[in-house]
Design a protein around this ligand. Structure first.
Ligand SMILES: [Zn+2]
Length: 223
């Protein structure tokens, strides 16, 4: 281990809000009760399993092993929640733990602002071709409440998003009339098959680090 302060002692490395602490404690209890299950991973770069542990906890004080691969020196998350538990976590305590923004409104406003920044960037670098029409879809994987898509919709594009957090998805659907689908990338396939269309642009905004298997995700995305 790098230092004794990386031991799994349940102590956060920074001052969290009361909301975050409540979320953290709820998650810790679920892990202790085996409601959230953990899995050990081999190295995603070379597939070897021999490793040296660097840290046993994350910044919230939750158990999560980060290790360096003995064979190729790649640093990776060696022990993490299972795919199933991660989906439950993203639908459960994730937002409270991560951002601790009280209420969805300010979060949504922040997303819309990000949508504006993304739009301006894409436009400046000529990704938004003039030939891109209203029927071309802007897709967002891990869209939260859909604020980014809202901005693109205002610019005249068709939009669709997906995520695992049902509370945020419902907010985007009910309050802003967005088309938002429960699940990950694969959950969007039936939507596009029905329409017989393909996405024009796919956005992953602060999301790639949450994807369980990046290789599989990118292969699926190509299809
Ligand atoms: Zn390796």
């Amino acid at each position: 281990m790098l230092h004794t302060r990386f031991k799994n002692d349940g102590i956060a490395v920074y001052k969290m809000t009361a909301l975050q602490e409540a979320a953290r404690d709820a998650i810790a209890k679920k892990i202790a009760d085996n409601v959230y299950k953990m899995v050990e991973e081999s190295c995603p770069a070379c597939a070897e399993s021999e490793h040296v542990v660097l840290s046993q906890k994350d910044m919230y004080g939750l158990p999560m092993t980060v290790a360096v691969c003995e064979s190729c020196d790649f640093v990776y998350t060696q022990k993490r929640l299972t795919d199933k538990s991660l989906i439950d976590f993203y639908d459960g305590e994730y937002r409270q733990l991560d951002r601790a923004i009280p209420g969805i409104d300010p979060f949504y406003a922040l997303q819309k602002r990000k949508g504006e920044l993304l739009y301006d960037f894409l436009k400046e670098h000529d990704f938004l071709k003039k030939s891109l029409t209203e029927s071309d879809f802007i897709v967002e994987i891990g869209c939260g409440a859909g604020g980014i898509l809202h901005y693109f919709r205002d610019k005249g594009y068709s939009t669709v998003g997906c995520d695992f957090g049902s509370e945020y998805l419902n907010y985007g659907r009910e309050k802003h009339g967005l088309t938002l689908i429960d699940g990950g990338l694969v959950a969007l396939a039936p939507f596009f098959e029905t329409l017989n269309r393909k996405p024009a642009i796919v956005i992953y905004e602060q999301v790639l680090e949450h994807i369980f298997n990046l290789d599989e995700e990118l292969i699926e995305l190509k299809n």
